[in-house]
Design a protein around this ligand. Structure first.
Ligand SMILES: *Cc1c(COP(=O)(O)O)cnc(C)c1O
Length: 372
């Protein structure tokens, strides 16, 4: 079978969506499933919807267009601020977009008028992580201007933490978001339906028993797909952490010294510490490299240690039996490794699960699609 390949278990993704969705609904919080790491895969989108989610979000309009073409039945949200140059595409394919610039909202408004559509807007607010967001002091004016735009429906406000600077979502910044929502509604009438607190980094806060205040929406990607929370990268109780497995094939296996010899300068990817001399080891090479994934985001099975990586080679040491050429090794990707593998044209994907469109019996993995 083709390698490297990502094996994707749709049933585990569906389970994760259902489990987290139900826990959060109990707290008055609805969930948008974030598909950006799935490259707009209609099968992964389908698993999230079967798990009970009704809206999907992505940072790339291309992925939303792909899901629309496949008639994925969900409300589609564009999570990254639209490019001014993409306003027409955004209005044509996304129901809602997250925005911080009035110039862009006005362009969306013109495009929506032209297309005879109503486009939903969520205004993102800066609460300290210093990525996207309107400064809180400028929010009222931004709401006023947005409400004036024809064919634009202000749907809510939101924020994004824990991404650029690692600012932790907590009672203070979530309280500030709630207070801003109250203040906007007091000034303009009840206009905010969605108060979107953030991403998977918000789960610790959201599930802690803290009062959610006005926050009634989260956008979740990593936690649904990988079953872990991004602040401490701990598994979330009751979720599957192995819905994705990256399979790679051994192309060389030899006893070799643990320490390089000759005069040492930079490697292909910069300076490296010089390995200690541990005598000869069982070294193997997997046909997998930086063009396929993020080698630092991979966890090897017990007894196998990742020693290094270049564009096309992953060098591993096997503690027990030496590996054999042709063996396939199961690697567990983190979010960074998953995103890179999903977007690499060199990595195939093999979808399994009762809804993958193939008989799951006998562990048959099919269809095997190579993305071009
Ligand atoms: C990627 C993204 C998310 C989802 O983040 P996860 O950590 O994967 O849950 C949510 N909101 C925005 C704006 C994003 O860009």
């Amino acid at each position: 079978m083709t390698a490297p390949r990502l094996e994707i278990d749709l049933d585990k993704i569906e389970h994760n969506a259902r489990t987290l969705g139900e826990r959060l609904v109990d707290r008055g919080i609805s969930v948008t499933g974030v598909t950006k790491a799935a490259l707009g895969s209609t099968q992964i989108a389908g698993a999230l919807l079967r798990g009970g989610l009704s809206s999907l979000g992505d940072s790339r309009i291309e992925n939303i267009e792909a899901m629309r073409r496949a008639a994925v039945p969900a409300t589609m949200m564009l999570l990254r601020s639209p490019m001014l140059s993409q306003a027409e595409r955004v209005v044509a394919h996304a129901d809602v977009s997250f925005n911080t610039e009035l110039e862009v909202i006005r362009e969306l408004s013109s495009a929506a008028q032209e297309a005879g559509r109503i486009h939903g807007v969520v205004l993102m607010i800066e609460l300290g992580d210093l990525r996207e967001g309107i400064m809180p002091g400028d929010l009222e004016q931004a709401v006023r201007e947005t409400l004036r735009c024809p064919n634009i429906a202000l749907r809510g406000i939101g924020t994004n933490l824990a991404c650029r600077s690692g600012v932790v979502p907590d009672a203070t910044n979530m309280g500030e978001l709630s207070a801003l929502a109250d203040s906007i509604d007091a000034t303009f009438g009840p206009v905010l339906e969605i108060v979107s607190g953030g991403n998977s980094g918000n789960l610790e806060w959201a599930l802690s028993g803290a009062h959610p205040g006005r926050v009634n929406h989260l956008r979740l990607g990593e936690s649904l797909l990988l079953g872990c929370e991004p602040l401490h990268r701990q598994p979330i109780d009751g979720l599957h952490t192995d819905a994705f497995t990256l399979m790679a094939e051994v192309i060389e296996s030899k006893r070799k010294p643990s320490r390089p010899w000759g005069k040492l300068a930079q490697s292909a990817f910069g300076e490296l510490p010089i390995p200690a001399d541990r005598g000869d080891i069982s070294q193997a090479i997997l046909a997998l490299g930086r063009q396929d994934t993020d080698p630092h985001g991979l966890q090897a099975p017990a007894g196998i240690e990742i020693l290094g990586a270049s564009s096309d080679h992953l060098v591993v040491e096997s503690a027990q039996e030496p590996l054999s050429v042709g063996d396939e090794i199961r690697l567990q990707p983190n979010y960074s490794a998953l995103v890179r593998a999903m977007t690499s044209p060199f990595v195939a994907s093999a979808v399994q699960g009762i809804h993958s469109g193939t008989p799951a019996a006998g562990g048959k993995v099919d269809p095997l699609e190579r993305r071009a």
